[in-house]
Ligand binder design. Structure first.
Ligand code: SF4
Length: 345
């Protein structure tokens, strides 16, 4: 029976398939090198394989990569792809080139069950988890579009990665496998809305995967309004898990703050955040709110944002404002929806 995808197996499993097909074992290494080192995704173009072996592999794996359902390019070079999965669901992934980096933003779920009020992905709720293979497909399809291996991977697309831990961790293992892309774990960031069991699990894993937490407020009432899962994992519990992660890994945590006018952008919010950060090795990333259709929130004004940053800096906390990438194609933070109804650019 034909396998659906090359990315549903690891290298050892692929070697077994190759030998089971009656091909010499070294073919496995050759194919793996074409795909993961040279980014060639057609057996026809694998010129050091015999025609007969190429045909055998083609029968077993009819398509190495499916076609992209939709592609949009933003003025700043950001690329968003929409991928149609085998069951017709759509998922989005984004490539963000910068001067000396190329970051891929990956989805971990179709939709999202968390329902953060400033995020378009959460509007429709969760459809299903992605498999490890479907996460890897996003990476390889973005590589095919950009022609380059990413320097960084962030799990900040559709979904809450820690509610799909098994597949996300398996994908991280595959992405860092030296027989494949061989990415460094410290180049990978998992961003969570605050699922503490996931933070605890990440802290126990080997490697140096970075943690980002969508914090947004350190007041439980406000945070529950913005990020409803705060009811289940309130700030006290969240802070304890983050502290344990920093302690176990020696890594700095990033807190993401979407500043919204009149909700969490006041001086008192900044001072409370300073208190929350005391004793944690952390960095604050202020993310500009990206409007999307059907939502009535306003981004914080420039003056409030400046004052917010000033208070954090004065307290000795590292703070940056994240560049908004791809907002003209709805590819920026909080704008992904898994829909192909948007206008093609
Ligand atoms: S911000 Fe993240 S966790 Fe919140 S609804 Fe959007 S995708 Fe889900």
């Amino acid at each position: 029976m034909a396998h659906n995808s090359l990315f549903s197996c690891n290298f050892d499993e692929f070697k077994k398939i190759v030998t089971d097909l009656g091909l010499p074992q070294f073919r496995a290494r050759q194919v793996w090198d074409w795909v993961f080192k040279k980014f060639v995704f057609s057996f026809d173009d694998m010129t050091n394989l015999s025609k007969k072996d190429r045909e055998t592999l083609q029968q077993e794996f009819p398509k190495i990569l499916p076609p992209v359902r939709k592609l949009a390019k933003a003025q700043d070079g950001t690329i968003k792809i929409v991928i149609e999965l085998h069951d017709g669901n759509l998922v989005e992934a984004v490539a963000m080139p910068d001067e000396d980096s190329l970051t891929f933003c990956l989805s971990s779920q179709v939709g999202c069950p968390i329902g953060c009020i400033f995020c378009r992905t959460g509007v429709g709720g969760l459809t299903r988890n992605l498999t490890c293979e479907e996460i890897l497909l996003q990476v390889m399809m973005l590589i095919r579009k950009t022609g380059q291996k990413p320097t960084n991977i962030v799990f900040m697309g559709m979904g809450e990665p820690f509610l799909n831990r098994q597949a996300v961790f398996a994908a991280i293992d595959a992405l860092t496998d030296p027989t494949g892309l061989g990415l460094a774990t410290r180049r990978i960031t998992v961003s969570t809305s605050g699922v503490t069991i996931g933070i605890d699990a990440l802290a126990k894993r080997p490697g140096e995967v970075n943690l980002a937490v969508s914090l947004h407020s350190v007041d439980n009432l406000t945070r529950t309004r913005l990020v409803p899962i705060n009811r289940k994992y309130p700030l006290e519990k969240l802070r304890a898990s983050i502290a344990a992660y920093c302690e176990a890994t020696g890594r700095r945590v990033t807190f993401e703050m979407v500043l919204l006018k009149g909700i969490n952008d006041q001086e008192v919010d900044a001072f409370n955040l300073v208190n929350f950060c005391e004793g944690l090795v952390c960095h604050i990333n202020i993310v500009r709110f990206n409007r999307f259709p059907g939502v009535n929130l306003e981004p914080a004004g420039e003056e409030n944002e400046r004052e917010f940053r000033r208070i954090l800096k004065k307290a000795g906390i590292a703070v940056t404002v994240r560049k908004s990438r791809g907002s003209d194609i709805l590819a920026a933070c909080g704008q992904l929806s898994g829909s192909d109804n948007e206008q093609e650019k």
